[in-house]
Design a protein around this ligand. Structure first.
Ligand code: GLU
Length: 177
């Protein structure tokens, strides 16, 4: 049985519509109910909700908390998928790259431009592809969105295109390239 740790942090993928507030926001994690729709007979996806925030509100303490949770689980040697808001996904990916320079497992960050369950959502596609990618990729930190895999230091969000695009230059000033 392939174990995958799915750490959830919030972002648009988990947003719900609040009739009281009249807008979408982050409250309880809803990834679990979507996972049950996937057929993963040889896969044990362990969901670990550590926060539920718009990623623009993520603090350095939040990222340190993410690292602490990963450090606790890394010795087990299983891949990670991390759901995250798209606005600061690259920032967190670069932080993880710098923090874990000698990873021995793949770490896949993913999210969505439209919340899970909303008409036209890309959330379930990105979640499904990320789970698959985490089983195939070598060690490293990646962003998986819309059928593509990017190393965390060669990607940026393109707001106009509504997706992520590759950068030829490394965007990690502290990185080795
Ligand atoms: N600002 C939000 C975030 O980064 C929305 C962007 C998104 O998740 O797509 O969490």
């Amino acid at each position: 049985m392939q174990i995958i740790y799915l750490i959830t942090t919030g972002g648009t993928i988990e947003k719900v519509y609040s009739e009281q507030l009249g807008k979408v926001h982050n409250s309880a994690s809803k990834i679990g109910q979507y996972l049950t729709r996937l057929r993963l007979p040889d896969c044990d996806v362990r969901v670990i909700p550590i926060m539920n925030k718009d990623s623009l509100e993520m603090t350095q303490e939040d990222r340190v908390g993410l690292v602490a949770e990963m450090s606790r689980l890394l010795p087990e040697g299983h891949p990670f998928v991390i759901t995250h808001g798209t606005d600061t996904m690259v920032e967190t990916g670069l932080y993880l790259q710098r923090t874990f320079p000698s990873l021995h497992v793949p770490v896949v960050l993913t999210g969505a431009m439209t919340p899970l369950g909303f008409e036209g959502s890309d959330g379930l596609q990105n979640l499904t592809e990320s789970l698959m990618a985490s089983r195939l990729l070598g060690p490293g930190v990646y962003i998986v969105m819309h059928g593509r895999v990017f190393p965390a230091d060669h990607v940026r969000k393109d707001r106009d295109l509504g997706t992520f695009v590759e950068t030829t230059q490394s965007v990690n000033p502290g990185g080795s390239e």
